[in-house]
Ligand binder design. Structure first.
Ligand code: HEC
Length: 273
């Protein structure tokens, strides 16, 4: 996999600033080279969840789906990981990757008021999009500002790659001013066309907050949530992933007692049968 070649993240003797820059460079590279055309949808792989599900806690018509890279899907199939009655859960291979995509439907010939995230302060009850301070009007004329699938506009994308044992975690979201602010930093020229309309945040540890406004701001404490902290808690047969927690649970934490972790993959934890 090409992104392995640029994975220069090392916790040892680089300072936090250059480590952060390396994490961003790796994640922009992932975005520039991401092509999910041959990937397998979770509903196909797991035989359960309907395609394009609504987001909990949201009143706007967002829908999401999860796609497994061919290597990730093959791993699930080879080891029967879509079943709950497994004795152990082998870790995914280093070339595995999984994405969670969130879309907003644009009616043909119509227009929508798309909420855009300008960094509102966290509210006690979470920040679902209906509470955001600004929207922009989107019509067919803006279609090419988005990665889109017919009239479904991609507003957010979570990307996890198994290039590190704890996976790499990066998230991308649409903005009408994609060249401003810290989440635009470092975007290389290799990111082209509509993909340039997306901001990015990434964190490869459980200690730094990292969230996608369209996906996690709606949770209580969502703005301080961490991809890795939450995904670490994915265990076979789990029934919930909330509330938001912080830090990386150690292997011997009581949370894991009597449970089989699903190598950070929540879809398998929640949907395997
Ligand atoms: C509070 C828990 C939580 C947080 C925080 C969280 N996720 Fe997830 N994520 C989930 C759940 C649950 C799913 C399964 C799909 C669903 O039901 O929404 C999921 C699905 C995914 C998937 C598809 C693979 C899988 O595990 O099913 C990826 C990739 C992903 N998230 C990446 C991220 C990234 C990147 C971040 C941080 C920017 C993040 N997640 C933050 C709970 C969380």
């Amino acid at each position: 996999m090409r992104w392995l070649g640029v994975l220069v993240v090392c916790a040892c003797h680089v300072d936090a600033q250059s480590r952060g820059d390396a994490v961003r460079a790796t994640s922009w590279h992932t975005w520039a080279t991401l092509d999910t055309h041959t990937w397998i949808r979770s509903e196909q792989l797991l035989g359960r969840a309907p395609a394009l599900r609504p987001l909990e806690l949201e009143s706007a018509p967002f829908v999401f789906d999860v796609l497994f890279s061919p290597a990730a899907a093959a791993h699930v199939e080879t080891h029967g990981l879509a079943r709950r009655d497994i004795a152990s859960f082998p870790a995914f291979p280093p070339d595995a990757a999984i994405v969670k995509l969130v879309w907003y439907p644009l009616p043909q010939g119509g227009s929508i008021e798309l909420p855009v995230w300008d960094g509102d302060a966290p509210r006690d009850t979470g920040n679902p999009t209906r509470t955001w301070s600004r929207t922009v009007t989107i019509t067919d004329a803006n279609l090419d500002d988005f990665i889109h699938d017919d009239h479904l506009l991609l507003v957010g994308a979570h990307v996890a790659t198994k290039a590190l044992p704890d996976w790499t975690w990066a998230t991308f979201w649409w903005h009408d001013r994609p060249d401003d602010g810290p989440f635009a930093a470092g975007r290389p020229d290799t990111v082209r066309a509509a993909a340039r309309h997306y901001l990015m945040n990434a964190a490869f540890t459980a200690d730094e907050p990292c969230f996608n406004p369209y996906l996690e701001a709606r949770f209580v404490d969502g703005e301080s949530s961490s991809c890795l902290a939450c995904h670490r808690r994915a265990i076979v047969g789990a029934t919930t992933y909330l509330p938001v927690t912080h830090g990386r649970l150690p292997d011997d934490d009581p949370y894991f007692r009597g449970h089989i972790p699903t190598d950070y993959v929540w879809s398998l934890a929640l949907e395997a049968r």
